[in-house]
Design a protein around this ligand. Sequence first.
Ligand code: SF4
Length: 245
Amino acid sequence: MNRKSPFSYVCNACGRCCRDKVITLSPYDVLRLARAAGITTREAIDRYTIRRGSILKFNDGGACAALEGARCGVHRGRPLACRLYPLGIEHDEDQERFVTLEPAAGSLGVYGIDGDVSDFVEAQGVGFYLEANARYASLLAVFRERIAATADFDRVEPREFWRRAVREALAESGYDANPLIDAMFDAGGIGCAAIGDAETIAAHLERLAEMIRGESNAELLAAAAVMLAVSIGQGPAPAHTGAEI
Ligand code: SF4
């Protein structure tokens, strides 16, 4: 589907969609979660996420860590994926494509065609989230440049180098310390207040770019680049992160 495709959805706040999901978070999602909950980004990471801030946390019973009864406890700062639901967004080159996701079992949400996709995504306030992700995507070029300057591909086979980076970025536990990944999700931890507006993003991007340019460990840079690409919906493909394969 594209933005002109007929679509409407009425959420009846049953809370059933907020269970048993895997929801990827971007750095901007974490900023907004923190602001909505009135806590620091570090506290938001600990309270609402797993995998270093990059995945929304669901508890043992299957409910999202932000779910309070049948309502979202961070509604004003709910992540992009939650805003889009029951749509998903895919990017193919520069083309965006929307897909309808399966309704949760017993969901009281009502699907229809009383508008179009554009009406729906606008009403959900996804515009600034997509813009923020596009701004964070600019860091991938900084990563590419720095990885090219620091990786020794005469010594390390490029495919293996990137395989290791993807494995490290997507590991749920047992991963190595990575200050770049920490700084990506914990903007407050590097002195960029968790406000979530354009100035905060600008300050965060500037600080992250400085950190990337000052880092000389290519493996650490590559894992952080993969993590960023995945978190903003570009997937772990080396093309996004600069693999020479
Ligand atoms: S963040 Fe809110 S909307 Fe998203 S899954 Fe959790 S409770 Fe539901």
